[in-house]
Design a binder for this molecule. Structure first.
Ligand code: SAM
Ligand code: SF4
Length: 537
């Protein structure tokens, strides 16, 4: 979500003529897009804000903007504690960033002898202040963010991302109120975008070279758009407030677009899109209609990122997740019954208040039982403004959280290795993202963050095999999001790999990635060949 927000802000500013530099030291305007989900993420942002403060004190004329969830959560208090911050902008107000940068530029450029007063803190802050949650209907009706999504830059240079993968938001905010989570307060009430806007955006991305679109929402399977209930004064459909959970107990009406309907429409109406993914799935209310649609639509990736969060019913209840462990297992069994070649991933929190050794063991048992290809594992971080911080003491010592985190990573490492082993001998369509030298510096990879699986970088694995004769590796992902490496001593072989889809047969595997060979160089398809369309894993 944050990555898409950064891309949209980048696009707005590029359209207005701002130039982007690759190093913070060369920039005159610095924007930090912040995350508040865990304290560690906020600490990282604060340390960068501190560095900019030192540069300003040393006399550099810079503009510092803090955008995203930390700006929304801390609000004007950030100005008091960090006077070097020029402006703040919450995630629900990002369409106002250009105006804030412009106003900060004017202050910076003003003749110091004119002694103009600095604009007030309120004029330097664009924050929702929880108004979107209090007056959700109004917020949806006045949704400036919808305009931001609609006006996004499709040129990969302007958007700041490689052209072949793209994100499209389907919902904003969240109504679930898991007790540990800041998202409902920082991103506000759940707003659902009109299906036609989403489909048009997918089509335009494909026209500009996208090979894979990932639909984004905090609980994508809760997408539900009621036609006719939110229209502008000119009669156009607009973003609307998401329904409550009770809506999923009733059958949708003929005027409803459900998540399954949305997937089917994108698959049918954007046939040139080779791959469609979605994150994040909520383990509750994931209907057979979605699984049927995935089974019948070969270009929808058989990939489910459905965080379980804990393997203990008692902890799930304290987390207010709304399902039990056996309901989670039933959901996964149902998914694999529909899609035997599916790939499952998720998130777990360890050290949630009152978590005992037995609760933690139940989490390990769940990871051993189900074929998770990977899990993101987080130590519980008490967040201001959440129900958990007021209801429960953070009573699991940090050393215990760390030990459980490492133990669960080890259990997950074994699970990943098992999933990878089962792939040996199977053939997959792989979308290649980068080409790198195994011994020298990386190539074609500057647009990507280092790839890691279950907390370990795939570079560690390269370092463990220095004797390998193959010098170059092309790295890509299957429909199921499994990382695949194809090796060669001939760099030329990979010259047009980035952004292409090719058939690969898996020859070996470890707990980080799988290795494979091109099925047949002569028969290898690029995504430009229509025969690729319609082929699955
Ligand atoms: N909407 C998604 C869902 O319900 O699964 C998750 C979105 S959340 C931004 C991403 C992940 O961060 C969560 O799945 C959870 O594991 C983790 N997380 C959220 N709040 C946390 C907290 N206070 N401490 C530790 N991890 C947290
Ligand atoms: Fe946070 Fe729960 Fe909403 Fe996910 S579903 S964003 S964890 S409140």
């Amino acid at each position: 979500m944050n990555e898409l927000d950064s891309e949209l802000v980048h696009g707005q500013l590029a359209t207005l003529g701002y130039e982007f530099v690759s190093s913070a030291n060369a920039a005159q305007v610095l924007l930090y897009n912040t995350c508040s989900v865990r304290e560690q993420a906020e600490q990282k942002a604060l340390s960068r804000i501190g560095i900019v403060g030192m540069r300003k004190k040393a006399g550099e004329r810079l503009i510092l903007g803090v955008i995203g969830c930390m700006a929304e959560r801390d609000g004007l208090e950030l100005f008091r504690r960090h006077p070097q911050v020029d402006f703040l902008c919450g995630p629900g107000e990002l369409d106002r960033v250009p105006q804030l940068v412009d106003s900060a530029m004017r202050s910076l450029m003003a003749d110091p002898s004119a002694a103009l007063p600095r604009p007030s803190q309120h004029d330097r802050a664009a924050l929702a202040g929880n108004k979107s949650r209090r007056t959700a209907t109004l917020a949806a009706a006045e949704d400036g963010l919808e305009a931001l999504d609609l006006s996004r830059a499709f040129d990969p240079i302007a958007s700041g991302r490689p052209a072949h993968t793209a994100f499209v938001r389907i919902t904003r905010g969240c109504n679930k109120f898991c007790t540990y989570c800041v998202v409902p307060s920082t991103r506000g009430a759940e707003i659902h975008r009109p299906p036609q806007h989403i489909i048009d955006e997918c089509r335009r991305l494909v026209d500009h070279g996208a090979k894979e679109v990932t639909l984004l929402g905090q609980t994508v399977n809760h997408y539900r758009y009621q036609h006719g209930s939110a229209v502008t004064i000119s009669g156009l459909e607009t973003a609307q407030v998401g329904p409550g959970l009770s809506a999923f107990r009733a059958a949708p009406t003929a005027r409803t677009t459900t998540f399954a309907d949305l997937l089917r429409r994108i698959h049918e109406e954007v046939p040139e899109l080779p791959r469609l993914r979605f994150v994040t799935s909520y383990p509750r209310d994931f209907g057979d209609d979605i699984l049927d649609c995935m089974r019948d639509s070969p270009r929808i990736c058989r990939y489910l990122h459905a965080p379980a969060q804990s393997g203990s019913d008692r902890i799930l209840k304290l987390m207010n997740r709304g399902y039990t462990v056996s309901e989670y297992i039933d959901f996964v069994d149902r998914a694999f019954a529909h899609l035997p070649d599916a790939s499952l991933a998720g998130d777990f929190i360890v050290g949630f208040p009152t978590e005992t050794d037995d609760d933690f063991e139940a989490t390990c048992a769940l990871v051993r039982r189900l074929p998770f290809k990977n899990n993101f594992i987080f130590k519980y971080s008490p967040r201001p403004g959440t129900a958990a911080i007021t209801r429960f003491a953070d009573d699991v010592p940090d050393a215990v959280k760390r030990a459980r985190n490492n133990a669960l990573l080890a259990v997950q490492g074994e699970a990943t290795a098992r999933v990878h082993q089962r792939l040996i001998g199977t053939t997959h369509s792989v979308l290649f993202h980068e080409v790198r030298s195994r011994k020298g510096p990386r190539r074609d990879s500057n647009l990507f963050s280092p790839i890691s699986v279950n907390g370990q970088s795939i570079d560690d694995q390269h370092a463990a095999n220095p004797q390998s004769a193959d010098h170059w590796q092309a790295i890509g992902r299957t429909q199921g999001d499994i990382i695949v490496a194809v090796s060669s001593s001939n760099a030329q072989m990979f010259s047009d790999f980035v952004g292409s889809l090719r058939q690969v047969v898996i020859s070996s595997a470890d707990s980080l990635l799988v290795h494979g060979d091109l099925v047949d160089a002569a028969a290898t398809m690029t995504s430009r060949l229509p025969s690729e369309i319609g082929r699955r894993n």
